[in-house]
Ligand binder design. Structure first.
Ligand SMILES: Nc1ncnc2c1ncn2[C@@H]1O[C@H](COP(=O)(O)OP(=O)(O)O)[C@@H](O)[C@H]1O
Ligand SMILES: [Mg+2]
Length: 153
């Protein structure tokens, strides 16, 4: 499979998004990066929450949006997971101060990866979430997965 291969799927509701997050959690390994793109309200944090609940085995784990702290770290069965929300990142220096380089040895999950610039990992799983169109169904999302050749969730 080539690195540029991508898969598009319709995710009809939050439950289906949580199932995708759980499948991703089954396949993740230390050193992996998961990049979550999509507009405000797309479901990036909802995905991260279900992913972290699966990896910690804690169904009611609190997973707040790290909008202001920019990063929140969790101990999980696969080692530390660092959940970033880079919307408010002021620049590349701020990313270093957040411990980005060390975090890459663990599992990183990034909302607003557009802010990474040159620091964007080339071997990441990219998850692009688009709001469903012309369905009249507010819950539908179109999700495009790329990366992780041979290991697609
Ligand atoms: N298919 C879906 N996938 C993800 N979230 C959904 C879906 N349908 C409805 N939602 C709702 O949309 C909202 C997404 O919010 P959030 O995850 O904070 O978005 P983001 O982090 O992308 O800004 C949540 O309230 C969630 O319950
Ligand atoms: Mg969010």
């Amino acid at each position: 499979m080539s690195e540029s291969a991508s898969i598009q799927m319709t995710i009809p509701n939050l439950t289906a998004m949580e199932a995708l997050a759980r499948r991703t959690a089954e396949r993740v390994r230390p050193g992996d990066a998961i990049l979550l793109e999509g507009p405000l309200g797309a479901g990036k944090t909802a995905f991260a929450r279900a992913f972290l609940r699966a990896l910690t085995g804690t169904p009611d784990l609190e997973v707040p949006s790290p909008t202001f702290t920019l990063v929140q770290s969790y101990d999980t069965a696969r080692g530390p997971v660092h959940h970033f929300d880079l919307w408010r990142l002021s620049g590349p220096d701020a990313l270093v101060e957040l411990g980005w380089d060390d975090a890459l040895a663990d599992i990183v999950m990034v909302e607003w990866p557009e802010r990474l610039g040159d620091e964007r990992p080339g071997d990441a799983l990219s998850i692009v979430i688009a709001l469903g169109q012309n369905s009249g169904d507010d819950d539908a999302r179109v999700v495009t997965l790329s990366g992780w050749p041979g290991r697609v969730p």
